[in-house]
Design a protein around this ligand. Sequence first.
Ligand code: FES
Length: 130
Amino acid sequence: MPHGEIDLERVLCRLADLAATGCREFRLGGGDWLLKGFVVAVAGGVRAYVNRCPHRALSLNLAPDTFLSADRLVIVCCMHGAIFEKTSGLCVAGPCMGHALAQIPVVVMAGIVMLAEEVAVANLVARYAQ
Ligand code: FES
């Protein structure tokens, strides 16, 4: 890929998309098996996680782009109330305390949140698609 071009396969969302709810869902892959993930705004940057709770391997949210507590300080699983740190994905309260969400390395370039260069998209999808 020539320098300066954006690899669309790696684009997750725009930074501006995070303003409304503090987070944004994305899907990677194709067909019936998709990796479901979300990007969350943190102080000074963003994080991305696989949308799969360590407790029961269920999606954390029911409503679109809704992963945070009302004060937006923590990630909350809507199923059984597990609470996760936004910056690390670590569960700090609830049934999976001490376990963590699977983090996906991302970068922000020109206001676009993208998978980091070292991420092999096919491997990521193969590992986490559901
Ligand atoms: S599935 Fe997330 S707390 Fe139970």
